[in-house]
Design a protein around this ligand. Structure first.
Ligand code: ISL
Ligand code: CA
Length: 585
């Protein structure tokens, strides 16, 4: 067929453009030198599907339930959804023990339900990232079922098996869910490694066949149009080949010894080369057990590994291995400043203070008493949505949901709580009330109680008895009530998210803490070119007359969580308890 020259030229150009992945097209840069990316400008909302919305009356949240609530999320203004594991699982660790990576958990629905959810998300110009849990699988995964059958099974080295040492565990490594990190399998007399539950055997990333299996399952979901992954404990996938004992000091926080293993960067760069680089996707590694100084080695865009990580210094400020600890505002400010200093223009941060593994935001970093729950929840929203890094909002925080009033250990679902109760309280090593007092404040189930939609039974989450009891305060704290109240926490999140989306300085602007030592006030600026914003947060239940540092004049008040206003000329601010203000300089 003789093509008209101009048509041939047009087709040639079209072919080149079509084959050029979106993100390699000329990217814009900001006045202070950042490369613009959609995931740097996003506000992410984490959904824990088991607790979000039940649609079929079995007391368990599910995928059709999420689809039903997409308008609610779109109205909130979030534009990326992170879905905690939705894959087939026996639920030893509520889905973080995957039995089939390419099948939807029957309790959550079908693949058609997932496709409908993804379609609904895309229709609303939102994006979806999935939870990639590939440090370990379920012990019911077919790979492990095969692997444990015999020492020469083709799947044997998909996992980490070791012979006994002096008739006992191969080393002294411990599990995060209590006890040894090794479980003996009588069939072959060898031990397998599990950093988490016994039903979560660690995958052997040394095995290239296993790595290719992971890349293939990642492509399965990316080819459906998924926009990326949150990667569960990803820094732990490379193990110490010597499997050396840990010292007593290392055993206090084994996560730091389990992370950043010798081949981690090699694996992440291979994953990026073979999978991620072929899509316009966002990746965030759950970097439990890493330091702020190590973050750039994972997220510097010249390394082609991950885009961002969750670094745990801030979110775990309130506890040490589940034991509540007193924290101070200068500590929190220092963490944000340290994180910011570690990351240059080639790296990017996440900003989060809650998720499904941590107690509720307002109960932990705010004040969930009747008097201050609303203002302190709004202050925390102001901070999370005006710091530098992609903000992650956890389901229910936009309502100011609080910790649950757990009474006895039977009120808890978390395998971590049950295992430590079995190993510490039952044998009398820790008094029951001491244990319960700690997990009431730091337990993961605080964040897993059902989403509170309205004041009907179970907070509108389910018409059946929920798998985990709803917080009795659902009659006062629920989405329906907050949607009707213009001064609700929900509407404040909506305004803050809209402000962030419309203000590049709050996304890309340089960050500076103006008063690191103030015990009560967090005052910082965000500056992008000529645009400068001052954020002032009174992190206390007491008022304060606060002279602005360096005689700054506040400028134009553009948002206050209490709706108060102050003459722009005053350089001393009269801040009410938990008052947050944003000024345009
Ligand atoms: O409680 C913890 C460890 O002491 C948490 O910090 C958590 O286990 C850790 O951050 C890893 O979390 C991720 O992997 C776990 C799963 O239980 C968590 O829900 C998940 O977020 C194993 O998959
Ligand atoms: Ca259900």
């Amino acid at each position: 067929m003789k093509l008209i020259p101009s048509l041939a030229a047009f087709l040639a150009v079209a072919f080149v453009l079509a084959s050029t992945p979106v993100h390699s097209q000329a990217a814009q840069t900001t006045p202070n030198g950042y490369t613009k990316r959609w995931w740097k400008e996003a506000v992410v909302y984490q959904i824990y599907p088991r607790s979000f919305q039940d649609s079929n009356g079995d007391g368990i949240g599910d995928i059709p339930g999420i689809t039903r609530r997409l308008d609610y999320l779109q109205q909130l203004g979030v534009n990326v959804i992170w879905l905690s594991p939705h894959y087939d699982s026996p639920n030893a660790d509520n889905g973080y023990d995957i039995r089939d990576y390419q099948k939807v958990m029957p309790e959550f629905g079908t693949m058609a339900d997932f496709d409908a959810l993804l379609h609904g998300i895309k229709q609303r110009h939102m994006r979806l990232i999935l939870d990639l849990v590939v440090n370990h699988s379920s012990d019911e995964h077919r790979w492990f079922v095969e692997s444990r059958k015999s020492k020469d099974n083709p799947f044997r080295d998909y996992y980490i098996w070791k012979s006994p040492k002096d008739g006992k565990e191969p080393n002294n490594w411990t599990s995060f869910f209590s006890g040894s990190a090794w479980k003996k399998d009588d069939l072959t007399g060898e031990y397998y490694l599990h950093y988490f539950a016994e039903k979560q055997p660690d995958l052997n990333w040394e095995n290239p066949k296993l790595r290719q299996e992971v890349y293939s399952l990642m492509k399965f979901w990316l080819d459906k149009g998924v926009d990326g992954f949150r990667m569960d404990v990803i820094p732990a996938i490379s193990k110490d080949p010597a499997f050396a004992d840990l010292t007593p000091e290392q055993l206090k926080h084994p996560e730091f010894s389990y992370s950043m293993g010798p081949r981690l960067h090699e694996y992440l760069q291979e994953m990026n080369r073979e999978v991620l680089s072929k899509y316009d996707v966002m990746t965030v590694g759950e970097a439990f057990g890493t330091t702020a100084a190590q973050t750039p080695t994972l997220v510097d865009d010249r390394r082609h590994e991950l885009n961002m990580v969750f670094q745990f210094d801030a979110v775990r400020l309130n506890q040490d291995n589940g034991i509540p600890r007193h924290w101070t505002l200068p500590e929190l400010k220092a963490i944000y400043t340290l994180q910011d200093k570690q990351l240059d223009l080639h790296s990017w941060n996440t900003i989060f203070l809650s998720n499904h593994d941590n107690p509720r935001l307002v109960s932990t970093f705010g004040d969930d008493s009747n008097a201050f729950r609303v203002p302190s929840a709004k202050l925390l929203a102001t901070m999370l949505l005006s710091l530098k890094g992609t903000p992650f909002v956890y389901q229910g925080d936009e309502l100011g949901m609080t910790n649950y009033p757990f009474k006895t250990v039977t009120d808890f679902d978390d395998i971590q709580v049950k295992n430590y109760w079995r190993d510490m309280v039952v044998p009398g090593k820790v008094p029951a009330e001491t244990f319960l007092a700690a997990v009431r404040k730091t337990g993961r189930d605080n964040a897993r109680t059902p989403m509170q939609w309205d004041s009907s039974p179970n907070g509108g989450f389910s018409t059946a008895k929920p798998w985990l009891a709803a917080n009795p305060n659902f009659s006062q704290i629920n989405a329906q009530a907050e949607l009707r109240d213009p001064n609700s926490i929900y509407h404040y999140y909506q305004r803050m998210i809209a402000l962030r989306h419309s203000t590049p300085a709050l996304i890309y602007g340089d960050y500076q803490d103006l008063d690191p030592q103030s015990p009560q006030v967090f005052a910082y600026t965000r500056t992008l070119g000529a645009d400068k914003y001052l954020i002032v947060l009174n992190f206390a239940s007491t008022p304060i007359s606060y002279p602005l540092p360096a005689n700054l004049t506040p400028g134009k008040l553009i948002l206050s969580n209490l709706g108060t206003s102050t003459p722009a000329s005053s350089t001393t601010l009269q801040l009410q308890p938990w008052e947050a203000r944003i000024y345009k300089q």
